[in-house]
Design a protein around this ligand. Structure first.
Ligand code: FES
Length: 199
């Protein structure tokens, strides 16, 4: 007798459905397999190298981006400034502003003037030698008298003098952007208005 529960001829029992691995499992398998083998170690090293290159590039780009927020400004020392009252300066050479402004303030019988402390040979800063009553350049030996006039060494002319004037309060204002010169073989500008304060 035919069994009514028999499967139809030609049909086979369906295999149990296979569960699909999750994405995380799939990648986990790949990584764990690959890192166990030599090839996997090479891949891991390459991956680190690529990550480092990407992070490095991002870092450089970030720095370039941040650079835009900072102005390309040169902070130069002030060229116009006050140095005090004429009564603050006695006769002779005053060196108290040499480091701050690179000047000397000189008072003589004619008035007060300001020498720019730059050697006219190649631009070094001479030293004031009070015991020798002269400026001496340490670079090539040029010598200048107390008024900044050259008398020895390779300096071609006296040191320049800065523009000076009194402000409404009576303080001396120095302007280094405007200087007076005495070029070799030419008339001196040292008596021009603004080259000296007559006191
Ligand atoms: S720079 Fe002063 S003597 Fe040369």
């Amino acid at each position: 007798m035919a069994n009514s529960t028999l499967e139809p001829a030609g049909s086979a029992a369906a295999p149990p459905p296979r569960s699909k691995p999750s994405l995380a499992q799939a990648f986990g398998n790949i990584f764990s397999k690959s890192e166990d083998s030599d090839e996997g170690k090479v891949i891991a090293r390459r991956r680190k190298f690529v990550m480092a290159a990407v992070l490095g590039t991002l870092g450089v780009n970030l720095l370039m981006f941040l650079r835009f927020f900072f102005p390309r400004a040169l902070y130069e020392p002030k060229t116009k400034f006050r140095i005090g009252y004429p009564g603050d300066f006695g006769f002779g050479v005053d060196t108290k502003f040499q480091n701050q402004y690179r000047i000397w303030v000189v008072r003589n019988t004619e008035g007060i003037f300001v020498i720019s402390a730059i050697c006219t040979h190649l631009g070094c800063t001479p030293d004031w030698k009070a015991s020798e009553n002269k400026f001496k350049c340490p670079c090539h030996g040029s010598g200048y008298d107390p008024e900044g006039v050259n008398f020895e060494g390779p300096a071609p002319r006296p040191m320049d003098r800065a523009h000076v004037e009194l402000d409404p309060e009576g303080q001396i204002v120095v302007d280094l952007s405007h200087v007076y010169r005495w070029p070799k073989g030419e008339p001196s500008q040292f008596n021009d208005p603004g080259a000296i304060i007559r006191v």
